[in-house]
Design a protein around this ligand. Structure first.
Ligand code: GLU
Ligand code: MG
Length: 437
């Protein structure tokens, strides 16, 4: 059959889905600068394809402008069409950034961090997902049988990621039922969130080509093991040297890293509405799930929202270069741009106000009473999306970080997503998210 190659310009939107428009590749050079038309109300298409209340209605025109540094052009070598798309920024037709463009929001946050502190964020995403085929025997967590079972998937996937510009770090059989995990090497700035999009989309592209369905849903049924997104963060100074480690600082954190972490934790009960933004996200964010239930700091503790990670302190290895902290409260129903932007904005607030993080925890917090927890400087995270959105709606500090009308649009979007679930049974809700992500 005759074919003409197509390429797409995309954004990762408020639902965390990747959306855009395609055109003939022959027009790519022209479209690198002129982009492709986009519609404001598209932002209100939820994970379930209903349109949430939109302040824009049928009005307005925007552009989706591709970033040449965020291109996936992947040939799977199986005769299927190239996987070819760009991540881009949404602007007005005169080129001004659109207030609801999540990628621009992250770029701004990173520029502010750099301008105020001289620091660049160096970050990497790790993501868990599950295969849906429950006939297969995946063997025990981390086992060779499960690895062997999905080695073909893993190799096709790793090749696709690398071709899409992501540096793969690991692919492993996680502990949960049918669960696997993928990690990448860190990148400076927005590239890390671009790579997070690529990492998730290449998993989906691999899954489609191998006819082996997967899901990134936060949780598949009550008491299941959750699928988290963990973001490893560290800083580089103006000369590209590591700036996160200070052996004399608490937990080994340097001064700016300490204040950043403090800001992130302080604002986490509000920005969780961006990091874990679905109705079922909050089933995962509970004690004893190795996710995050409190806005606490953990020294190597996997039950903490922010964990100071271990490093290999071996001859010939530089601790400062490896040193990082891990933000564990997110999941794959969020756009990586917004997930990271909100964390960076919270961190900047911590640096500006020289906030101090609470003492690291190393125990079962769920048995402590609220007053003890409060006395130690942290709190339970919201336990539902409704609660998280209400907190966001009323948090004037967090609201002030975002240009109008973004927060109101976001709240309407998420409430529209919940409205879609209103008459569903819990089973149907889990299934809806499993299918949507
Ligand atoms: N599955 C856990 C989560 O929901 C994370 C387990 C781990 O990798 O530490 O985040
Ligand atoms: Mg894991």
């Amino acid at each position: 059959m005759n074919r003409e190659e197509l390429v797409m310009i995309c954004c990762s939107d408020l639902s965390g889905h990747v959306k855009g428009k395609a055109f003939p590749t022959a027009d790519l050079e022209k479209r690198r600068s002129s982009g492709i038309g986009w519609v404001p109300t598209n932002a209100q298409i939820t994970a379930f394809n209903n349109i949430a209340d939109s302040p824009f209605g049928s009005l307005g025109d925007l552009l989706l402008i591709p970033d040449s540094d965020a291109e996936a052009r992947v040939d799977f070598g199986d005769g299927s069409p190239l996987e070819h798309f760009f991540m881009g920024n949404i602007t007005y037709t005169d080129g001004r950034p659109w207030e609801c463009c999540l990628r621009s929001c992250l770029i701004n946050a990173l520029e502010t961090l750099k301008a105020e502190t001289g620091l660049s964020l160096f970050s990497a995403f790790e993501m868990e997902f599950q295969f849906l085929d429950d006939e297969t025997d995946y063997g025990p967590g981390f086992g060779l049988p499960g690895f062997r079972e999905k080695k073909m998937f893993g190799e096709v996937y790793v090749a696709a990621m690398r071709a899409a510009g992501v540096e793969p770090d690991s692919f492993l059989r996680e502990w949960g039922e049918q669960q696997y995990e993928v990690t990448m090497h860190p990148q400076i700035g927005v590239k890390s969130a671009d790579n997070a999009v690529m990492m998730r989309e290449m998993a989906r592209a691999t899954s489609q080509r191998l006819n082996d369905p997967i899901t990134f849903t936060p949780i598949r049924y009550p008491n299941a093991v959750g699928n988290g997104v963990h973001i490893h963060m560290s800083f580089l100074d103006d000369d590209g040297n590591p700036a996160t480690y200070d052996p004399t600082g608490p937990g080994g954190l340097s001064k700016p890293a300490r204040h950043f972490v403090a800001g992130l934790l302080k604002h986490l009960p509000t920005i969780i509405a961006f990091a874990s933004p679905s109705a079922i996200s909050y089933e995962r964010l509970a004690p004893h799930r190795w996710s995050a239930a409190y806005n606490n700091l953990g020294y190597r503790d996997r039950e903490a929202s922010v964990r100071i990670c271990p490093v290999a302190d071996l001859p010939g290895l530089d601790v400062a270069k490896q040193f990082n902290f891990e933000f564990r409260a997110g999941d794959s129903t969020a756009s990586p741009y917004l997930q990271l932007a909100s964390a960076v904005l919270a961190g900047i607030d911590g640096i500006r106000n020289e906030m101090e993080p609470p003492e690291p925890t190393e125990e079962d917090l769920s048995i402590l009473d609220e007053a003890v927890i409060a006395g130690r400087g942290f709190e339970r995270l919201p336990s539902s999306l409704e609660q998280a959105l209400e907190r966001l709606e009323n948090d004037q500090v967090v609201r002030s970080w975002f240009p109008d009308p973004f927060i109101d649009v976001y709240l309407k979007h998420k409430r529209g997503e919940m409205a879609h679930l209103e008459n569903m049974s819990p089973d149907e809700i889990y299934k809806a998210y499993e299918n949507a992500y």
